[in-house]
Design a protein around this ligand. Structure first.
Ligand code: FES
Ligand code: FES
Length: 181
């Protein structure tokens, strides 16, 4: 049994303690915003926040999360109001979108410690891979989110998602019961 906090809620996973956090989040908690890309720590698609740090959840076991605070993309904000999310929408960063949850979580962690990163600092801190090549827009959105955090710019809030994060986590077809069951 492994206990820690996911998105500000206490959770207790009755799974093998060596289970990667990524699978506990996706398969047990149905938090599918965190993506599986490589499973070997290379791509960053699985990035979540653990105690304020951007961590690749495919490389962390749930046993290693005992007593820690995990935040996924679903809880970065409840209403897309986080400056990184606002800047991401305003700069129209995503293409296919697969890498973007991890990118956003990594960007939010970077800006928490450095609200005015240079491009070199962004490149050094965010080693996530985007196969669509959205890197220039990612850098632009991070710089813009930094301006918002420093109070130099305001971005009109993106429209609310129209679904609560906890409901979004339940609303994927894989979790629906088949008719008649
Ligand atoms: S899935 Fe974790 S780094 Fe690629
Ligand atoms: S937007 Fe497609 S992989 Fe990054």
């Amino acid at each position: 049994m492994t206990r820690f906090s996911v998105n500000d809620r206490p959770v207790e996973y009755r799974m093998d303690p060596e289970t990667p956090l990524l699978w506990a989040l996706r398969d047990a908690s149905n938090l599918t915003g965190t993506k599986y890309g490589c499973g070997t720590g290379e791509c960053g698609a699985c990035t979540v926040d653990i105690d304020g740090e951007a961590i690749r959840s495919c490389l962390v076991t749930i046993a290693e999360c005992e007593g820690r605070f995990v935040t996924t993309i679903e809880a970065l904000s409840r209403d897309r109001s986080h400056p990184v999310q606002q800047a991401w929408v305003a700069e129209q960063v995503p293409q296919c979108g697969f890498c973007q949850s991890g990118m956003i979580m990594a960007a939010a962690a970077l800006l928490r410690t450095n609200s005015n990163p240079t491009d070199a600092e962004i490149d050094a801190a965010i080693t996530n891979i985007c196969r669509c090549g959205t890197y220039p827009r990612i850098r632009g959105a991070i710089r813009r989110a930094g301006r918002v955090l420093r109070g130099e710019e305001r971005i009109a809030a993106a429209p609310p998602p129209g679904i609560r994060p906890e409901d979004a986590a339940r609303a994927v077809p894989a979790m629906r019961k088949p008719p008649g069951s």
